[in-house]
Design a protein around this ligand. Structure first.
Ligand code: NDP
Ligand code: GDR
Length: 341
């Protein structure tokens, strides 16, 4: 059998690193698009750098994408590159649109010109459901995004469907709910909690400052979710799939479990901006709310129904909520202990 070639945008990100590992394991030749930086930012892929090829290109630059595809000749293209942090999308709304929305058209156009027979994956998001119109959310739930990021992802989602229908491209959208890991960026709430718990444990931090504790998310493990991306591109026909665990948990509950794993039992006092997480043993405040971390418009509740993917792709998650929190806290406790040495 001939070796398949995959090209990944966003290979330096959380998902890009797991997907590259997954595709190498499946015997693929893997190319990754990286944008130029003045210092290396390949920390998440340093362990596989000798097995992959990196190409300098940018989702903002059409000709660089065309050249990248001409060089790689991919059978599969995974478009994971994006400005992916929701709060930053209010600070930089038009730039977010350029990366996260128009970037999708640029790579689809490059594919249409250079390798129209390739299979294309677009990283769509549960943030498109925003102010949810249905519980749980499925592939047919109406979209109601609540941030410039969410709006940009709706564009990316529909342009992928439009290119499939207009040009008969094999283009799929994975509507992925939140997925986390020890490689998650530090500004996302899960990693912020687990890294701060580790700092509190080591005595480097007094307490965790957080935003909306009542938000509910359907959190899964990134290593499981990248497998679904690969499965989608290896079906008979292109289609769109929700990928989710089907469980939802409050940010508060994530805190409870994370602190518990590190040896603290929290009790909650007050509400809204005055809510505090108190160490039951010592009475010390370990969590306080800061309105700085509240958003102009919130997504209160996400919970996905991934029945279609489970039936058609045979996909299911292997890591449950508690195991996910445990994996992240234990990693950050280890990293913190290493720094302390
Ligand atoms: P990360 O923020 O960890 O990674 C984003 C990647 O995009 C980085 O490699 C980044 O490169 C790259 N990138 C940003 N801008 C550009 C650009 N202009 N040109 C080329 N590359 C660029 O995100 P995740 O890995 O968590 O997510 C991957 C994708 O999946 C994103 O599109 C995200 O929006 C989407 N998604 C994520 C979910 C999640 O829960 N993780 C859920 C649903 C969707 P650099 O290192 O240079 O910054
Ligand atoms: P999200 O992830 O916006 O769902 O987007 P994030 O972890 O940033 O927020 C989840 C929820 O936690 C609440 N929250 C806080 N969030 C952050 N970042 N920091 C805090 O201190 C804090 N306190 C409370 C937020 O208000 C929110 O409700 C992620 C990204 O990976 C997107 O790219 C992806 O598309 C979606 O998941 C699915």
């Amino acid at each position: 059998m001939t070796m398949k070639t995959a090209l990944i945008t966003g290979i330096t990100g959380q998902d890009g690193s797991y997907l590259a590992e997954c595709l190498l394991g499946e015997g693929y030749r893997v190319y990754g698009i990286v944008r130029r930086t003045s210092t290396p930012n390949t920390g998440r892929i340093s362990h596989i750098l000798d097995q992959i090829s990196l190409i300098n290109a940018d989702l903002l630059d059409q000709s660089s994408l065309i050249k990248a595809l001409e060089l790689a000749h991919p059978d599969e293209i995974y478009n994971l590159g994006a400005q992916s942090f929701v709060p930053a999308s209010w600070d930089e709304p038009t730039l977010t649109g350029e990366f996260t929305a128009m970037g999708v058209t640029r790579i689809l156009e490059a594919m249409r010109q250079v390798c129209p027979g390739a299979h294309f994956y677009q990283a769509s998001s549960s943030e498109m459901f925003g102010k949810v119109m249905e519980v749980p959310q499925t592939e047919t739930t109406p979209l109601y995004p609540r941030s410039p990021y969410g709006v940009a992802k709706v564009y990316g989602h529909w342009i992928t469907i439009n290119y499939r229908e207009s040009y008969d491209l094999f283009a799929c959208s994975g509507i992925l709910f939140n997925h986390e890991s020890p490689r998650r960026g530090f500004e996302f709430v899960t990693r912020k909690i687990t890294s701060n718990v580790a700092k509190i444990k080591s005595g480097c931090l007094d307490h965790l400052e957080i935003g909306n504790l009542s938000s509910k998310r359907d959190w899964g493990y990134a290593g499981d979710y990248v497998k679904a991306m690969h499965l989608m591109l290896n079906q008979e026909k292109p289609d769109d799939y929700v990928i989710a665990t089907g469980e939802t948990h409050e940010v508060r509950e994530f805190c409870d479990i994370a602190f518990d794993i590190a040896g603290y039992k929290l009790s909650w006092e007050g509400d809204g901006l005055n809510e505090k997480g108190i160490d039951r043993r010592t009475g010390k405040v370990l969590v306080s709310v800061n309105k700085q971390w509240y958003r102009p418009a919130e997504v209160d509740l996400l919970i996905g129904n991934s029945q279609k993917a489970r039936t058609a792709l045979g996909w299911k998650p292997s890591v449950d909520f508690h195991q996910l929190v445990e994996m992240m806290v234990e990693n950050d406790l280890r990293e913190e202990a290493h720094i302390a040495l």
